[in-house]
Design a protein around this ligand. Sequence first.
Ligand SMILES: Cc1ncc(COP(=O)(O)O)c(C=O)c1O
Length: 343
Amino acid sequence: MPLPVPLAYPDRIPIARLPTPLERLERTSQRLGVEVLVKRDDLLTGAELSGNKIRKLEFLLAEARARRADTVITCGGQQSNHARATALASARLGMRPLLVLRTADPARPPPPTGNILLDRVAGADIRWISMADWARRDELMAEIAAELTRAGRRPYVVPEGGSSALGSWGYVRAVVEELDPELSALPARSTTLLYACGSGGTGAGLVAGAALCGWGERGIRVAGVNVCDDRDYFVRAIGRICRDFAAAAPAAGLAIRDQDIDIVDGYVGLGYARSRPEELAELLALGRAEGLVLDPVYTGKAFYALVTELARDRDRFGERVVFLHTGGLFGLFPAAEEIGALL
Ligand SMILES: Cc1ncc(COP(=O)(O)O)c(C=O)c1O
């Protein structure tokens, strides 16, 4: 299916090994009564540098390098996959990572497990901030950038989750270059691409890419499961990034409306990065049935949403679901105790 517009991608550093595999989950398809495929973005570039953030960082770090940055600043929760991916990718490109991470008590930082350990291995300078200061994270990052500039450094700030118009090119490109041809090669079926939504950048790229490829007219939907906040928050957040994207790439002629943004709400559960036993039980069931490992914070919640929604209504997502595995494996280790309790 040719694109309606000639796409000129912004500069990009090819950090990821693409395309990622699209695999059919046989036993899960049988169990859930719909065809289930998984797009393995958890394998985006391999081990430590894995997950959805890599697609965004290809564009964001290209801009950092073009501006001759020597330090990359970003922010996230204490076990942020985005912060870890940014730290490792920056180090790989010869830039120093500085991470602003949220924790309950900055005077007593959490132990270096999971992603924090990898942040340390990448040599990240970590600044711990409280939940209250998180509300002014953009301001804090700008202050740190100004402080570094005064000291003669050249900082580049990546917004939370890499979720900006530039970062969203990562998933526009994933749809145009990979998912669209991959889905076109399969027998035509009503399909939903399901993903976990944390800061909205992945969703914005998918929604914009789907619009460019005319997925709506071909019976292919894109739906996000929010792992924090609520539906309205993400319709606004994704809508804003899509509008910024459309303004920066007017040739695309994109006009995303609120009704084009589908959010499956109701699965935040106990809150961000807090799991219920039933969510972890599904994570374990998938590990046993398919040898596929989800993370408890994002993909585990999205998969639990998939199973629960299908149990209520088999036709909820059409005849085929493409589950986007966005990575996050290292978030599993800090949850060892809770998962262990179910074994
Ligand atoms: C493993 C994983 N999946 C999904 C997401 C959500 O992506 P986004 O922040 O682009 O909404 C994130 C990050 O927030 C993540 O680390």
